[in-house]
Design a protein around this ligand. Structure first.
Ligand SMILES: [Zn+2]
Length: 334
């Protein structure tokens, strides 16, 4: 048996603290207060509010590359990776290239599932600040970005991506129906019905993709289940070496013949305990689809960002399997 549980540290987007200390005029004080407020919201994981504060601070200091970087970090956290890249580019134009900006760029490209670009930016950061080479978090991030599971190969236009996966083996016929337990988080009871609906949707979509060769049933206890599904508002619980921009984790035991054994799935449904709202039903469903895909025996990812098994985050819309996702799983259960 192999336990695929791994620990890694995420590239933490760097929030550069730039508090204007010269308090001679009213403007710097206002900007400093706004930034302080911004950092407090960041601490509380309330990124929409942090973004408002940093944007207001930027109005007071429109040429501050550091405030621009803080705005970019917040844009990434609220899911606007394109805006984050644009403002980071501006920050580099205005303030020159700094290691912290490169770190932020790396974090955005990691979130987007682009391991190659993330790695380039991280290497650039290390060139600008050689001390970073000795940083445990940076080393872990580099090894994660080099992981073959995060660098899918193959043609994005092929009818399926089976050949690009690092490994694929489905549950054996004798194990069906697979017993699934959707566990209630007693700290987040209100979200349970939405979570149940999202996880059911995910299993149903994959089942139909296999022409019901894969089947499952819900059970009432974790002890009786093959797969236990949890949801959380704590990002550290969904950190995985194998995921770039997907806020979920599938920890599976593999049997000797490499077929899936018991496992636990966990999904981030809120961006931290201080976040003002839960994530959208579509986003949670997308994340469920992705991790359930792994739990059904897919190891590795698709190189096409329109596929659910692409390793990066797409914030909006897509909560349905692509034809390529369906074709790939169909081949695994054929
Ligand atoms: Zn994945």
């Amino acid at each position: 048996m192999r336990n695929t549980k791994n620990h890694w540290l995420q590239i933490t987007s760097t929030f550069t603290l730039t508090i204007v200390v010269t308090c001679l005029g009213l403007k710097p004080c206002v900007a400093a207060d706004l930034q302080m407020q911004g950092f407090e919201y960041v601490q509380a994981n309330n990124f929409p509010k942090a973004l408002e504060s940093f944007n207001a601070a930027l109005k007071e200091h429109p040429d501050s590359w550091m405030i621009m970087q803080s705005v970019a970090n917040c844009q990434m956290e609220v899911g606007h990776c394109d805006k984050a890249i644009a403002i980071l580019q501006k920050s580099i134009e205005v303030g020159g290239l700094h290691a912290s900006q490169c770190n932020s760029m790396a974090a955005v490209f990691q979130r987007l599932g682009d391991a190659k670009k993330a790695l380039n930016w991280l290497n650039l950061a290390c060139k600008l600040d050689p001390a970073m080479r000795g940083n445990v978090q940076v080393l872990a991030a580099i090894s994660k970005l080099q992981d073959p599971e995060n660098n899918p190969t193959g043609s994005p236009a092929a009818p399926d991506y089976l050949s690009g996966l690092t490994m694929a083996k489905g549950w054996p016929k004798a194990a069906m129906p697979i017993k699934v337990h959707a566990r209630q988080n007693i700290q987040l009871p209100g979200f349970y019905p939405v979570f149940q609906a999202a996880i059911t949707d995910a299993f149903e979509q994959w089942c139909s993709a296999t022409g019901n060769a894969f089947s499952y049933k819900f059970v009432n206890s974790a002890d009786a289940a093959d797969l236990v599904c949890d949801y959380t508002d704590r990002r550290e619980l969904v950190s995985s070496r194998h995921e770039l921009g997907i806020d979920g984790i599938a920890e599976m035991l593999l049997k000797q013949d490499q077929s899936p054994g018991k496992g636990t799935l966990c999904f981030l449904v809120k961006d931290g305990p201080g976040a003002p709202t839960f994530r959208s039903r579509e986003l949670v469903t997308r994340c469920c689809l992705h991790e359930v895909g792994h739990a059904l025996g897919m190891h590795g990812h698709s190189p096409n960002m329109r596929d659910i098994m692409f390793p990066g985050a797409l914030r909006d819309g897509q909560d349905k399997l692509s034809e390529r996702d369906k074709n790939t799983m169909k081949r695994i259960y054929r």
